[in-house]
Design a protein around this ligand. Sequence first.
Ligand SMILES: [Zn+2]
Length: 643
Amino acid sequence: MLRFGGDYNPEQWPEEVWAEDMRLMAEAGVNMATIAVFSWSRLEPAEGAHDFGWLDRVMDLLHAHGIDADLATATATPPPWLVRRHPEMMPVNADGVRLEFGSRQGYCPSSPVYRAHAVRLARTIALRYREHPALKMWHIGNEYADHTLECFCDVSAAHFRAWLEHRYTTVDGLNAAWGTSCWGQHYTGFDQVEPPRTAPGPVNPSQLLDWRRFCSDALLELFEAEKAALREVTPGLPVTTNFMSILHGLDYWKWSAAEDLVTDDAYPDPADPSSHVAIALSYDLMRSLKRQPWLLLESAPSAVSWRAVNAPKPPGMMLLHSLQALAHGSDGVMFFQWRQARYGPEKFHSALLPHGGTDTRTWRETLQLGQALTALAEVAGSYEQAEVALVLDWDSWWGLEAPESMPSDRLKLKELLLDWYAPLHARGIGVDLVPPGRDLTGYRLVIAPNLYLCTQETATWLSTAPGQVVVGPFSGVVDPADQVHQGGAPGPLRELLGVTVEEFWPLHDEVRQETGLGAARTWTEWLRLHDAEPVALYQGGELDGRPAVTRRGRATYVGCRLDDTTPLLLDLLVRAGVEPMELPQGVEAVRRAGYLFLLNHTAIPQRLALTSSGTDLLTRTPMHGHAELPPRGAVVLRVEGNQ
Ligand SMILES: [Zn+2]
């Protein structure tokens, strides 16, 4: 079964509306609702005084209509009574300003008061609904780090110090790692260490890197604390929290290991004609996190409400984008939210059931989507490994994008990932994301767009890749403490790649440096080869005649940011034995085990040749030879021979 439904906030509506909600959910084929995400102040209006009556009735109604509950622990917004009694639990920003109640995620991640109350509430909810037949999944918190990633209060400072003591044992260990001999920062006790609050100038980058690690870990501790309470009461029920696509603040490799099921919230901009590419990358990450199907837990039926200009999805896009999530491994499509709000910051955010009611385009597309998901039910659970892997490492990301101390602030990890991902995606080539250390068996091509932070262990791991390996620029620069590898980049990767970077040569935005494999922008390097062949040489400019791209055996080093990686990539695909597909621009082809999804993201009809034949699950018609795709249309082929 594929999941279909969305966030349901019945506490925002009089109970007489609920009956209509149930009738319409049944009509649309909704089979799951996420409930009680922000319900703490309604479930516990005063300390220890609970009002579960309304939620009991909602759970019963859902069950009576065959709808499962993704039940939240309701801890995403602590109630006013708790905040007023413990004002110290509100987060403090880097400038020392304590933030006010009135939005959401109003808690310091390290607050023992918040944690104790959150765990208590999670346990209370678990005890009440443990036997309820509607309960199928636990939903902890909501979009961790969306608003509150970090807090600079004294409680957080103490938590940070404890985290540092655990990491370094002694203050001299910390001094050595942080390089505190620079700018006179030598500490003589952990009690002198503070979070990286706003300072007169640039803050120690090693301190910042540890702070990023700590902030991800501190929120994960919160998640784990609630999870432990749920596990005690309902050991068999899956636990999740909704991720936010590719998010800088949280190390999702670590986080997903603590979850039973990866779920994600995704909001590609309908007005951006390339947004389907970036979101495909993020979906591929979700599938790769646990190497299993995941679930799109939030998406928008049409417009969102938080961009400067919120474009709606034109007709057909809700279905098309839903099919795209399925193609990349989601076992369903859920939305924010079921019924469009009449008040609050999200009152203009679209919903499956809009302000206009059922005589609307959105509602008709909701019904159409429900039918499509029923037709595609057999896709649920299918999974296969891709042939190409992209390396993504949060430590490197955090180090790379540290403010104010880099050769250039123009290298952004998401862009570097997309430099490689977009041309692969355009050729229908499946891509997995991998963390350093993951088993690389079966991958014909492994691309590390950037490994700014690289250990000997990671370098050794990369050299075990069975096929072609590509390493992007500014890699192997520092160790886990953000200290520069001596002898020059790529540090521990020097043996694999056979090159040494003598000097980083960043470029101003308007500069293009020809390489023979297309222009480089943003970044170039002065390379010295000792055991590698040049693949491309710079032409003109200060680096004229020097190598831009090099190869040693199966390992390619790209010492620049190529404007377009396609020419190099096509050669690598041949070497790797990966077969690209011929696709019209804007048409996406995705294999999911025995299914082939063909998605037309353009507003014009498209026709493409098919090398495999099968049955289109959406129309139940056999297809061979070619496929016709209407504007924003799709085909989901069960490839012959499957089943
Ligand atoms: Zn704090």
